[in-house]
Ligand binder design. Structure first.
Ligand SMILES: [Zn+2]
Length: 164
């Protein structure tokens, strides 16, 4: 009997650590860590600062419904800022109509965003977030227009727009 259990553990323990290795990325749900200490706010502090929709995207990595943001059709010249900390993230010069229903850009402003891989839809995707407050913005794909070939698919509620 004892021999049976120790033999089973011998198999189960390596199996469990093997599974843990693969399941770990699934737990990457919360917004990324901020890089600036001034923006190291608690969830409650963020909740007070943001609208419920912005909080859901920026701090919980939610996704807004497509075609729900007025910024999707925004065609004026100007700058798009992080709705969490007001860092300039995108220029209208890099915005294009991707037809997806989310504001889309083929490039971000320099040093504005950082990326990580998430597995929310099981298939790995490249998540990106504001480099200052860590607020989730969207996902970047490789089916965008030239010259970068990138498509930054951004949630409108995670941005504010200031026309030139
Ligand atoms: Zn930010």
């Amino acid at each position: 009997m004892n021999n049976f259990f120790s033999r089973r553990n011998f198999i189960l323990i390596p199996l469990a650590s093997f599974l843990k290795f693969f399941l770990k990325p699934l737990k990457v749900y919360a917004a990324s860590k901020e890089t600036n200490e001034d923006w190291s706010l608690s969830k409650d502090e963020w909740r007070k600062r943001l609208s419920p929709a912005s909080f859901n995207v920026l701090r919980e990595e939610g996704t807004e419904r497509p075609f729900s943001s007025a910024l999707n059709d925004e065609k004026r010249k100007g700058i798009f800022y992080c709705a969490g900390c007001n860092l300039a993230l995108f220029s209208s010069e890099n915005k294009y109509n991707s037809g997806t229903g989310w504001p889309s850009f083929w490039a971000s402003l320099e040093n504005a965003i950082e990326t990580k891989i998430d597995f929310k839809l099981i298939v790995p995707r490249t998540e990106y977030h504001c480099s200052r407050c860590g607020g989730h913005q969207g996902h970047v794909f490789n089916d965008g227009p030239q010259p970068t070939g990138k498509r930054y698919c951004n949630n409108g509620v995670a941005l504010t727009f200031e026309p030139e």
